[in-house]
Design a protein around this ligand. Sequence first.
Ligand SMILES: [Fe+2]
Ligand SMILES: [Fe+2]
Length: 139
Amino acid sequence: MTWTKGYHEDHMAVLVLLAKLEGNLKDLEKGQYNCGINLDFKEFGDIIKTVIIPHFKKEETDVYPQIAKIDTTSEHIIDKMLEEHRQLYDSFGDYLQAIDETDNQALIRSGHEILRVLGHHIHKEEELLPKLIKKAKKI
Ligand SMILES: [Fe+2]
Ligand SMILES: [Fe+2]
């Protein structure tokens, strides 16, 4: 199924990066801000732009509509997923702006928001997708 290609791999890679982000945010909160952490925060910003946002767009135009076709009762779940995407686009914008402006308080706030919502969002998709793929194979 081409619409699921790379989906799981992206999720796993982003979960690893979220764990790294969490550690860096803790260091920043303790006042341990240095060049290495700074680069990590910037790197995560690049990942948002080059991996996470394109992944979201693909889900919105391809993956979620496929899910809706396979499971007509999934409308509510997809609405919730789209709502989380919208919430995350806002947090991504705040995070990227905080990096540009070297605003550590805004970085901590948006970073925690991303950790909370994106972690939960990925786990939910990982739970849901295999079930739907199984269902699709039976159709
Ligand atoms: Fe998603
Ligand atoms: Fe996803």
